[in-house]
Design a protein around this ligand. Sequence first.
Ligand code: F3S
Length: 65
Amino acid sequence: MKLHIDPTRCQGHGRCYTLAPELFGEDDEGYGTVLGDGLVPAGQEKAARLAVANCPEHAIDLSEG
Ligand code: F3S
């Protein structure tokens, strides 16, 4: 699974990097960023889905495969 944040949708609510700090970071202005290449390590799938479900702007995409 791979994570992607749509920067045109992200409004900096910060729930992604609060709920899943292993997968997300923040830029200088508090907007969410995907750590590394966005690939979700084994065991982090639940955290990835939690972040997706909690972004109020639906800015986070989780692609399978
Ligand atoms: Fe942005 Fe959503 Fe995270 S608005 S900071 S991607 S919770």
